[in-house]
Design a protein around this ligand. Structure first.
Ligand SMILES: NC(=O)c1ccc[n+]([C@@H]2O[C@H](COP(=O)([O-])OP(=O)(O)OC[C@H]3O[C@@H](n4cnc5c(N)ncnc54)[C@H](O)[C@@H]3O)[C@@H](O)[C@H]2O)c1
Ligand SMILES: O=P(O)(O)OC[C@H](O)CO
Length: 335
């Protein structure tokens, strides 16, 4: 069977990740058009080859063009959807009138829709059920991808032929996709790790040390695996780039917005004070609201997730919640 080449690629959403992905698409020799919500972003990319709002100080290839008009994406052969997870639904609805029927959407948002409890693939099934789609998720800080530093990432697609064609279209030596057919598992890793990164950040802010960080990552992974199992996800996916890989990255560096948020909370700042001047998203702060509820409904033990929920949603004091977390009765490791 011949492969489809996807020459013209659109990117919807020009935050840090959309911009970095657009840069990666230019390196993959795709004719790339980046749609931005903010006029300033369109203007600075087209005239100064820089995204001054979300990736300041990084020179972009002059071949990368930006637009503020969704209709300009109508000629694209594939589109990467890079809005925050809570806005994926409205983004797909707005784009739909301009989409070619066979244009695959590559979903790059990491999170669970708070108002419905739906994964991004469920949102797609509701708002654009006939549109082919894939999930792109893994350990990839935008600031490194935009500079062309080596990164590996999971591309999950139920249709393997489509997944292979998309890998060929978007992959390069330094932006290396791995194919998976586990669309559900690959989304759960990316959504849950953001909440766990907040927990790791809190521990760092409380000066709890490196042993604690390893404990939170590992017991957090156990929560992620239990949660994913309740959706029928494949265990191997959670042990791969989109699960363990992204969890390790995001819990290891204050390059992560989620870890940085947690660290600020651990150091005593309030959530609202810390977020007040932030343009960028900390997805875990949204995801935790629904993740904890789903865990309770499904009777899945997720104590670290619950702790983050109590701190961010209920506003309970960090030290009280973490004291309780570490004072739970001893238990088996496989529970
Ligand atoms: N930054 C990274 O390193 C990275 C890496 C992998 C995945 N992601 C994921 O990509 C997604 C986008 O993150 P980002 O880092 O590009 O964002 P960002 O924090 O850099 O920028 C915020 C984005 O939100 C958009 N936005 C704000 N209000 C909006 C609204 N009402 N409707 C639609 N869009 C709105 C802005 O236009 C901008 O694109 C998130 O789900 C994130 O988890 C980010
Ligand atoms: O900055 P964060 O915490 O949103 O993490 C960015 C990416 O998801 C890392 O893979």
């Amino acid at each position: 069977m011949s492969s489809v080449t996807y020459e013209k690629v659109g990117v919807l959403g020009a935050g840090a990740w959309g911009t970095a992905l657009a840069a990666a698409m230019v390196r993959a020799n795709r004719e790339t058009l980046l749609w931005a919500r903010e006029e300033e972003v369109v203007e600075t990319i087209n005239t100064h080859h820089e995204n001054t709002l979300f990736l300041k100080g990084v020179a972009l290839d002059p071949k990368l063009k930006a637009t503020g008009l969704l209709e300009d994406l109508s000629e694209c052969d594939a589109i990467l959807m890079v809005s925050p997870a809570q806005h994926l639904r409205s983004s797909v609805i707005s784009l739909k009138p301009y989409l070619k029927t066979d244009c695959p959407l590559i979903i790059c948002s990491k999170g669970i829709e708070v108002t419905t409890g739906k994964l991004m693939s469920d949102v797609m099934a509701e708002v654009a059920p006939k549109q082919p789609f894939a999930i792109l998720s893994g350990p990839t800080f935008a600031a490194e991808v935009v500079r062309g530093q080596f990164s590996a990432i999971t591309l999950a697609c139920e249709d393997e032929k489509l997944g292979n064609d998309l890998m060929d279209a978007i992959g390069t030596v330094n932006f290396r996709p791995y194919l998976s057919t586990d669309v559900i598992g690959s989304q759960i890793g990316g959504a849950v790790k953001n909440v766990l990164a907040i927990a790791t950040g809190i521990a760092a802010g409380l000066d709890m040390g490196e042993n604690t960080r390893a404990a939170v990552i590992t017991r957090g992974l156990a929560e992620m695996v239990r949660f994913a199992a309740s959706y029928g996800a494949e265990n191997d996916t959670l042990m791969g780039l989109s699960g363990l890989g992204d969890l390790l990255l995001t819990c290891s560096s204050t390059q992560s917005r989620n870890m940085s948020l947690g660290k600020a909370l651990g150091e005593g700042q309030t959530f609202s004070d810390y977020m007040a001047d932030k343009l960028s998203v900390a997805e875990g702060a949204h995801t935790v609201k629904i993740l904890h509820k789903i865990a309770v409904d499904r009777k899945i033990s997720m104590p670290i997730t619950e702790a983050v929920y109590r701190i961010i949603v209920d506003g309970e004091p960090v030290s009280d919640v973490f004291d309780e977390l570490v004072n739970r009765p001893f238990t088996r490791e496989d529970e």
